[in-house]
Design a protein around this ligand. Structure first.
Ligand code: FAD
Ligand code: PYC
Length: 432
């Protein structure tokens, strides 16, 4: 009886909240959002901060949030040359998974996936995290054997992963063509059921609002143009809005890590290339899993709006232009239509590109640098969105303690000197 009453009470309060939020939406629409409160402040840049984080993508904002929340750091700024979330965070296709081969990668990506599982609650912001499963297809005997080995390695790290037969795949994805006569027949695949997607902007906005509430200054349109370095240690940052003194600086500038490192006088083992994606017109729900095929360089999921979100491999040349080559998406669409004949009459709405920084071993850098108190977090290549919470979490720890924790340590720059590479080319979602 009590339970019934509690349920009825909570139904009434949800109903009331909905009524009020609908009323508030309508009121703000009529007043042209004049009284709409801002989700974060737009403070003036101060001349001095304890910690400056360069890059207001998801990783930079998460770093600032965990610095303030877990390390009690005060007087932090996050600065960005554009608008927050306008880099790869706002351009990616939002696939989240932790099914990597090596123990070091399992450490960082699974740490991140666990943080995703409670992130909306942590930030009090709906990140629209959806564990709809990520299914990767195999098109040759060799690929299937390699996948089976990979699944065993993933499971040894306690991460969920299963090999699937073509029939099992067809049950999960009824629109896929598993005809063995196809040019690239579906021979099987593997799935991580805890994998999925989230709303990219919401992650940046959620971290931004939560960091702002903890006193972090977020400064947009503030490009970094150089560093002040004395006796091998960082003392400040030069920006288009003036110089800032800083005790510590963290750089999280995906796509431009090499450019910013050069400003500090060292080089990074990084390649920067365009990676593009595209969306179709919205249609009724037809696909409730993420499908990836590394051999045909095609992946697809359906957004909550109904658009199909498709992506391809990276361009094969280095560039900083945020657009990709047409032949890459032409090839990808041909593969998509072969696997999903029902897509053939679908119209594409738009395509775009981002710049991905990739290391020779396709693993990221989370590290101290040759300049004391200057730290870099970069090289996530085509796959850093999934790592946003975990990357921010361990990078904050590194900046606060000036020592990497056990999750971050394998990703230090030293590995390119010592040779302890973490080769994850096979786990990358797309060719690069
Ligand atoms: P960003 O969001 O790029 O933030 C870096 C910020 O640094 C930018 O806002 C930029 O303006 C700023 N900046 C640069 N230079 C300066 C400067 N001089 N001064 C001040 N600010 C500066 N990953 C996945 O896990 N799953 C996917 O499905 C996936 N799909 C992708 C699809 C595409 C098309 C692309 C391009 C990438 C994809 N990725 C994916 C990769 C993922 O987007 C990135 O690894 C991740 O978003 C990087 O986040 P970030 O916060 O480090 O970078
Ligand atoms: O890392 O899973 C991934 C991915 C898929 C598409 C782009 N990156």
């Amino acid at each position: 009886m009590i339970e019934k009453r509690e349920k009825a009470k909570s139904r009434t309060s949800t109903h009331k909240e909905n009524k009020y939020s609908l009323f508030s939406l309508a009121k703000n629409a009529v007043s042209k959002h004049k009284n709409w409160s801002q989700a974060w402040r737009s403070p003036e840049l101060k001349p001095e901060y304890d910690i400056v984080v360069i890059g207001a993508g998801g990783h930079g904002l998460a770093t600032a949030y965990y610095l303030a929340k877990e390390h009690g750091s005060k007087n932090i700024a996050v600065i960005d040359k554009g608008w927050l979330g306008g880099g790869n965070t706002g351009r990616n296709t939002t696939i989240i998974r932790s099914n990597y081969m090596w123990d070091e990668s399992a450490g960082i990506y699974e740490h991140s996936l666990k943080l995703w599982e409670t992130l909306s609650h942590e930030l009090n912001f709906n990140t629209m995290f959806s564990q709809r499963g990520v299914l990767t297809l195999a098109h040759t005997e060799h690929e299937l054997k390699e996948m089976t080995r990979r699944v065993e390695a993933i499971r040894l790290n306690g991460i969920d992963s299963e090999v699937l037969s073509p029939r099992a795949i067809k049950q999960i994805v009824p629109i896929i063509d598993i005809n063995p006569q196809l040019r690239y027949p579906v021979m099987g695949g593997f799935i991580q059921r805890r994998g999925g997607t989230a709303r990219h902007d919401a992650v940046a906005w959620g971290y931004a609002r939560a960091a702002d509430q903890l006193g972090v200054d977020i400064i947009q349109n503030c490009e970094v143009t150089g560093f002040n370095i004395k006796k091998g240690a960082i003392t400040g940052v030069k920006t288009v809005k003036g110089e800032i003194k800083a005790n510590k600086v963290g750089c999280v500038v995906a796509g431009h890590a090499g450019v910013v490192a050069e400003m500090a006088g060292f080089r990074l083992p990084i390649d920067s290339r365009p990676l593009q994606a595209l969306v179709s017109e919205p249609i009724k729900p037809i696909l409730d899993t993420v499908i990836m095929s590394n051999s045909v360089h095609m992946y697809v999921s359906q957004s909550d709006k109904g658009e199909l979100v498709l992506g391809a491999g990276a361009d094969s040349y280095n560039s900083y232009s945020q657009r990709g080559s047409l032949n890459i998406i032409e090839g990808m669409l041909a593969a998509a239509v072969e696997l999903f004949p029902v897509f053939s009459r679908l119209r594409m709405l738009r395509s775009w590109g981002g710049i991905v920084d990739t290391c020779p071993d396709a693993s990221p850098i989370i590290s101290k640098t040759p300049v004391k108190n200057l730290y870099f977090n970069c090289g996530w290549g085509t796959g850093g969105f999934k790592a946003t919470p975990g990357s921010g979490h361990v990078f904050a720890d590194l900046i606060a303690k000036d020592e990497p924790n056990s999750i971050a340590a394998p990703f230090s720059l030293d590995r390119f000197v010592g040779g302890y590479l973490i080769d994850e080319h096979g786990a990358a979602g797309v060719a690069h």
